[in-house]
Design a protein around this ligand. Structure first.
Ligand code: CTP
Length: 404
């Protein structure tokens, strides 16, 4: 197997000294490492240290006065499997988010087509700043992996989140990104996300509190593994993940139609959407004007159960037997037992159960606590980000597909 090719960008923060340890650990893990050092970065760590540890000349800005071999940013961008920047300063995050090409590192970033891992490090106030938050969100949106800084005392004496993540974490995320970058290449994945809105009249609807974050994370994780991803999304404030085809729908019926018409050739369908089980029998053509001071009832009829219909279509042979079907179940209390029963009832291969009442789990949260249930067992996962849950789910799908 070829050694993973890692391009490490080192920018100018006090944590730049830790780049030496990162290079050493990556090399020890068998990676071929090259380093790009910004001119500010070179004020904190010498190119000689990084060249000695990596075994390659360090790439620096072409404007640097010292004689150095001419480095072609396009060549470097093509060479690497993963671009990891550690530390990534607030300035680097801002430039990357803006798509600037003002120095060697940012031009490489612009020309790079593989996985990008960013390990920010800065003063906690800077990390907290609304602009930094927006830049991080924008980069995550573009599919870049953020290795969040840790909390503690930072070099200037302030306390809070901003300290560069541990070397082992950065190395693990980098090697994982390299290993996964084409794990799902050639596969088509359909993911549903968000709530459905069932129209009452042109103004009102019946809906639920789903944010779409879990399904969007699954779409992003599958894309990062090289899959072709179609995201069928109910109404959600989230921006479409990079490289994903998004189909926006409103109701359960529209969602079912979009999923069935996207299903051809798919090897995996993940139903992360919170589909409304019922809809008003009719959408009133004009705004309803119920009597003030009196109650009124809505006549609700059942919606199609999309997951059940997908499982039945596979059973009938209308969808291929190799298609893997995954459901989600948000429960309040006794989530695992209810999830196991739901998986059997729906007929899907895997079901991700979570208790929306648990701390750090559920709608709107960036984290989740889930159990992945299959016919042969279950895996209780601790509290983790929704992106990590998505990655663990894709790992479980891989294990499931190999075992069947
Ligand atoms: N689902 C679906 N179509 C529906 C309802 C749910 O495809 N009309 C899918 C969801 O996307 C999810 C799984 O089925 O993957 C379980 O959803 P959930 O709402 O928990 O299940 P329900 O069957 O609606 O059960 P409950 O009575 O607990 O709401």
């Amino acid at each position: 197997m070829k050694a993973p090719r890692i391009l490490l960008g080192v920018s100018g923060g006090i944590a730049a000294y830790k780049a030496a340890e990162i290079v050493r650990s990556l090399v020890k893990e068998g990676a071929d490492v090259r380093v790009v050092l910004t001119s500010r970065g070179a004020e904190f760590i010498t190119p000689l240290t990084l060249a000695t540890l990596s075994g390659h000349a360090v790439a620096r800005d072409e404007f640097h006065e010292e004689p150095s071999p001419v480095i072609d940013h396009i060549e470097l961008a093509q060479w690497a499997d993963v671009l990891v920047v550690a530390p990534a300063t607030a300035n680097v995050l801002a430039r990357f988010a803006q798509g600037e090409g003002s120095d060697l590192l940012s031009t490489i970033h612009l020309a790079f087509k593989g996985s990008v891992v960013l390990a920010p490090a800065m003063n906690p106030k800077m990390w907290d700043h609304a602009r930094t938050r927006a830049n991080v969100a924008c980069l995550e949106q573009a599919g870049e992996i953020i290795v969040s800084p840790e909390s503690g005392f930072v070099a200037c004496g302030d306390e809070g989140a901003g300290r560069l993540a541990a070397t082992e974490t950065i190395v693990r995320e980098t090697l994982l990104a390299a290993a996964l970058s084409d794990a799902m290449a050639g596969k088509k994945v359909v993911v549903s996300a968000g709530p459905t809105w069932e129209a009452v009249d042109p103004v009102r609807y019946v809906g639920n509190r789903s944010s779409g974050k879990m399904g969007y994370a699954v779409a992003r994780a599958a894309r990062a593994r090289g899959a072709e991803v179609i995201l069928v999304s109910g109404p959600s404030g989230l921006a479409s993940p990079w490289g994903v085809e998004r189909i926006v729908v409103e109701s359960a019926v529209e969602m079912r139609d979009a999923i069935f018409s996207s299903a051809a050739g798919a090897s995996l369908i993940v139903m992360a959407a919170a589909v409304a089980d019922h809809r008003p029998r009719e959408r009133a053509p004009a705004k309803l004007k119920p009597d003030k001071g009196k109650g009124y009832s809505l006549d609700m009829v059942p919606n199609p159960d999309i997951l059940k219909e997908l499982c039945a279509a596979r059973e009938r042979g209308d969808l291929p037997t190799e298609l893997t079907l995954v459901g989600f179940a948000a429960e309040t209390g006794d989530a695992v037992r209810k999830g196991e029963a739901k998986r059997e009832h729906k007929g899907c291969d895997l079901l991700v159960a979570n208790d929306v009442g648990a701390a750090g789990a559920g709608f709107g949260s960036d984290t989740n606590v889930v159990t992945i249930i299959s016919a042969t067992g279950r895996d209780d996962l601790p509290l983790m980000s929704k992106l990590e849950v998505a990655n663990r789910l894709l790992d479980a799908v891989d294990v499931w597909c190999r075992a069947r």
